[in-house]
Design a protein around this ligand. Structure first.
Ligand code: SF4
Length: 201
């Protein structure tokens, strides 16, 4: 079986890859490009267990980094039990910051509110807002839940902000000034931070 890139280094941080699955099929998703990130093959042969994630972290000497980020290939919170257990291990064994990059559909996918589990284990959650309304969101993200995916994501952000210090809704700068301002207002109304990310191909 080929080695899987469960944990990889990128721009001096450590990234954890838990799944290929996602509840979106965003038109810009790196899963649909053959080279992955920086030519690192991120396609997983199987979804890693907590034990596999911990041994991959140890192999990378994770304590030497500043931050561990649970992100992709797919949507990391679809594997939320493994993520929580791995975050617990990181927090018990280091002072590292733990961040999750997510589409915010975890509660809908799990069929329950899982945000209380994040308390004390996750320092930052960055959620892709992507668009100013549900229709535009679904046009870009082609969500399994249709336009409801937009509202699920906002509800998740609001709930997560009770347990996580830094919750951020983010957009990329290519959407234009007017839509960026509309998205900023949504973040304010949701009671979370807002960030504009630079678009990179
Ligand atoms: S939410 Fe992320 S992983 Fe899922 S399709 Fe969109 S870009 Fe890809």
């Amino acid at each position: 079986m080929p080695a899987m890139n469960i944990v990889y280094e990128y721009q001096n941080n450590l990234y954890v890859n838990l799944t290929n699955r996602c509840t979106n099929k965003c038109k810009f998703c790196i899963r649909f490009t053959p080279s992955g990130v920086d030519n690192i093959d991120l396609w997983l042969e199987h979804e890693p267990s907590t034990k596999e994630v911990i041994s991959a972290l140890e192999e990378k000497n994770f304590k030497e980094y500043d931050e561990v980020i649970f992100c992709g290939y797919g949507e990391p919170m679809l594997q939320y039990e493994v993520l929580i257990d791995a975050a617990k291990y990181i927090k018990e064994n280091s002072d590292l910051k733990v961040r999750i990059n997510t589409n915010g559909h975890a509660n809908r996918a799990a069929g329950k509110d899982i945000t209380p589990l994040l308390k004390g284990l996750v320092d930052c959650i960055s959620i892709s807002l992507n668009a100013e309304n549900a229709q535009k969101y679904n046009d870009i993200c082609v969500c399994d839940y249709g336009e409801e995916g937009f509202y699920e994501m906002l509800d998740f952000a609001k709930k997560a902000s009770k347990y996580v210090d830094e919750v951020v809704l983010s957009v990329v700068d290519v959407i234009g000034k007017e839509e960026i301002e509309a998205c900023r207002k949504i973040a304010e109304e949701t009671g979370v931070e807002f960030r504009v990310r630079e678009y990179s191909e």
